[in-house]
Design a protein around this ligand. Structure first.
Ligand code: ZN
Length: 442
């Protein structure tokens, strides 16, 4: 029987492959979940992902941009499609209660020993990348083009995407025609949410140190008090959003950390702050950062600070902007192969990703034209739990559920694993060309 590339048979072929690989992918997911690793330390995680892809027949390279993995399948003429997952975990003590919960610890770059947990589901992303690889490898007779699977390190600190690009990702392997990524979220398991245009925020975390001249708390005139200077800075920074950002724009400026002094009767030498900035317009984002620097310098001057303040960018990423035409194409393939009823419209979120560097030629440093990106969300809350959760709208329900980065967050149910595999595979098939002999009517 000759198989044709019509959607009914393609759909049933994919479903058969998902059934075949679900247990293996779930087992890999659990192994990755039990032994999470901090950013740029994903040695065991990346080795397992690489080994699984190699066993399927991909040409696999490890150590790209640190611990990144690249798996290639060159399967004839056609577009190059990149599917991206991430590998890293967070310094959180897991409290999900699952049998394979992490008890591992890790060491932060500044030498602290911390508990580590896959609290953002990057274990799910990478195991489902392997699962999608298995599906597409099995169906390789039915498509042509180049499939490029990558598992990147250090998403949580917005470092891994740029590290892989700087390590020659597009020169050494292939320059993709389309870049696809996905993230889990506590929407209903089995559903997939798409966003047109701006999908996630630009984000910068800036460390600011202001200097004073410490001394006895009873003799303030003989000191320069950095606590007072810092307090003025914190309140004045609030005027950026209130007075400098156009009201139709969304920007957040949060001082999430403010540290100074040791006890009440000592005026310290310095104060330290961490300021987090989010927004959806990269040019405006840069202006907000300039405003922060201007205000900090001016307040230090106003407070007689003896030396200039110091600024250090701790983490930074750009706006994630989906290509609308590409979203429509992926969405249509998801509707065809996963079912229209599984799809929902996902509003943009104030969270951030380093995924957009893979599409932004300037920021990603790879030159030439930008590459269209599509990034979607996969629901991770089992049906029974979803039905019990109060609320009518998506946002009402979400406000009642654990979010990623919580010690209780656990996206790893069977429905979500299967859907994430399917969404990745179907997303790639929206671009990979059908084999000519499979084209209906050919
Ligand atoms: Zn994440």
């Amino acid at each position: 029987m000759t198989q044709t590339y019509d959607s009914v048979s393609l759909k049933s072929m994919i479903e058969a492959q998902l059934d075949e690989h679900l247990d293996g992918v779930t087992a890999l997911y659990r192994r990755l979940h039990e032994h999470p690793e901090l950013p740029f330390q994903e040695h065991k995680t990346s080795a397992q992902v690489a080994e699984a892809l190699r066993a399927q027949g991909f040409e696999v390279t490890q150590g790209v941009g640190g611990t990144g993995v690249v798996a290639m399948l060159r399967n004839g003429d056609g577009p190059t499609v990149m599917l991206r997952s991430d590998l890293d975990a967070l310094p959180i003590l897991e409290d999900t209660g699952v049998d394979f919960a992490s008890r591992d610890t890790g060491q932060t770059p500044d030498g602290r020993q911390v508990p580590v947990m896959h609290a953002c589901g990057h274990d799910l992303h990478s195991s489902c990348l392997v699962g999608a690889g298995a599906v597409l490898m099995a169906l390789r007779e039915h498509w042509q083009g180049t499939l490029m699977l990558i598992a990147q390190p250090a998403e949580e600190i917005f470092g891994g995407a740029q590290a892989m690009l700087a390590d020659g990702l597009y020169d050494r392997f292939a320059r993709p025609d389309i870049v696809l990524g996905q993230h889990n979220m506590p929407a209903l398991a089995g559903t997939v949410g798409h966003t047109e245009g701006q999908a996630m925020a630009a984000a910068t975390t800036l460390k600011v140190t202001v200097h004073g001249a410490g001394g006895h708390g009873s003799m303030p005139a003989q000191t320069i008090d950095p606590v007072v200077i810092a307090a003025h800075i914190v309140t004045r920074l609030q005027t950026i959003v209130a007075r400098e950002v156009p009201p139709e724009q969304t920007v957040v400026v949060t001082v999430g950390k403010l540290v100074a002094g040791t006890q009440g009767n000592i005026i310290p030498h310095s104060a330290e702050m961490e300021v987090n900035v989010r927004g959806f317009d990269d040019a405006l984002h840069r202006r907000v950062l300039e405003a922060i620097e201007r205000i900090v310098r001016a307040e230090c001057e106003a407070g007689r600070s003896p030396k200039p303040p110091e600024f250090e960018v701790l983490t930074e990423t750009i706006t994630l902007r989906n290509d609308d035409a590409a979203v429509a194409r992926v969405r249509a393939k998801h509707a065809e192969l996963l079912g229209e009823s599984t799809l929902f419209d996902m509003p943009r979120v104030n969270g951030s990703e380093d995924f957009p560097y893979f599409g932004n030629a300037d920021a990603g440093g790879f030159g030439g034209d930008d590459i269209p990106c599509v990034y979607w969300f996969v629901g991770a809350t089992p049906d029974a739990r979803w039905q019990q959760t109060p609320g009518e709208s998506l946002s009402e329900k979400l406000s009642q559920l654990e979010m990623p980065h919580s010690p209780y967050y656990f996206p790893g149910n069977d429905v979500t694993v299967r859907t994430a595999m399917a969404a990745f595979a179907a997303g790639a098939l929206a671009w990979l060309a059908p084999r000519e002999r499979d084209t209906p009517g050919a």
